[in-house]
Ligand binder design. Structure first.
Ligand code: PMP
Length: 316
């Protein structure tokens, strides 16, 4: 016999019942006063203008998002000359291959500065300045792979200036949001800044590391249109093309990891717990860096090891 024989049948939700009755009602002047959802003057749901600028497509983790963005750009980015994709030197090894797979030529901008084990900002900026107008610039949103070196906010602002002046297209790869500082907003600061500044851009987002969903392949590709009167129309057209590209390559992305990500992102309590988990992971990485640095100094290991503390995320 079941141990749950005493479980009573729950009453039907009164609101759901009311909604069902409302739907079934054929009266043409019926008014829905049930669900607390905002409606416009025509009693239609209001898609907020800010949301209309963003179109997002679920992808096969971060790799799939970078690939989808690359494929979309290869097909639709208007290139007066033969523009290249600029990747940081060094970068995640897969970037070069992903762009070449879709027929885009990549080159590099200076990034890592060996003497300081920090950022070669002048080289980075100078290359964006001399690159042909309208080049695609791949940027690591935070916790740069493989150097652990990120631009400061002031440096991001200067990069935004030159990217705007040269009409380059910023492509953010965001694989470690929350892993760098432990704070999602802080780690997405550069992206938020570029969006606020009105850039047209795209973002490849991975939930592999920050949700520990490595094998589930949960990711997202976002395309953000600049604020304009026809932003809604443009994003609609872009979304329709992205859907065709996805359909032809993967039909549908895997559901399980994305459902977990969706649950966590849409539930206040779970979201708060996730933020705490991120602080724990990034905090442990920072503690490991401090311990490693302290031991190297204690052992009087030749050389300057301060970069281990200055760099961020998992890489050094
Ligand atoms: N971009 C960068 C910079 C990465 O380091 C990685 C993972 N190593 C990815 C994208 C792809 O991540 P995934 O496909 O595992 O989500």
């Amino acid at each position: 016999a079941s141990s749950f024989n005493a479980v009573p049948l729950a009453p039907t939700d009164p609101l759901f019942g009311l909604m069902a009755a409302y739907k079934a009602d054929t009266f043409d002047k019926k008014v829905d006063l049930g669900v607390g959802a905002y409606r416009d003057d025509n009693a239609k749901p209001w898609v907020l203008p800010v949301v209309k600028k963003v179109t997002s497509v679920q992808t096969i983790s971060g790799t799939g998002a970078v690939h989808l963005g690359a494929l979309f750009l290869a097909k639709f980015f208007s290139r007066p000359q033969d523009q290249k994709v600029y990747l940081s030197d060094p970068t995640w090894v897969n970037h070069t291959q992903i762009f070449s797979n879709v027929g885009l030529t990549s080159t590099t901008y200076p990034y890592y500065h060996p003497p300081t084990k920090g950022l070669d900002f002048d080289g980075f900026y100078g290359t964006l300045e001399s690159a042909p107008e309208g080049s695609i610039i791949l940027l690591h949103a935070c916790a740069h792979n493989p150097t652990g070196v990120d631009p400061t906010r002031e440096q991001w602002m200067k990069l935004a200036e030159i990217i705007r002046a040269k009409k380059h297209f910023p492509f953010f790869d965001c694989a470690y949001q929350g892993f760098a500082s432990g704070d999602l907003d802080n780690d997405a600061w550069a992206i938020h800044y570029f969006v606020q500044e009105g850039f047209e851009l795209c973002i490849a987002q991975s939930f592999a590391k920050n949700l520990g969903l490595y094998g589930e392949r949960a990711g997202c590709f976002h395309f953000v249109s600049p604020p304009s009167s026809n932003a809604k129309e443009i994003t609609k057209r872009i979304a329709s093309q992205l859907a065709i590209l996805q359909r032809s390559e993967i039909s549908n992305p895997p559901a399980y990891g994305a459902r977990i990500a969706g649950l966590v992102l849409n539930d206040k309590k779970l979201f708060a717990e996730w933020c705490e988990n991120l602080r724990e992971m990034s905090g442990r990485i920072k503690a490991m860096r401090t311990a490693l640095h302290a031991k190297l100094v204690e052992l009087e290991t030749p050389g300057d090891w301060s970069h281990i503390l200055k760099q961020i995320g998992m890489f050094s």
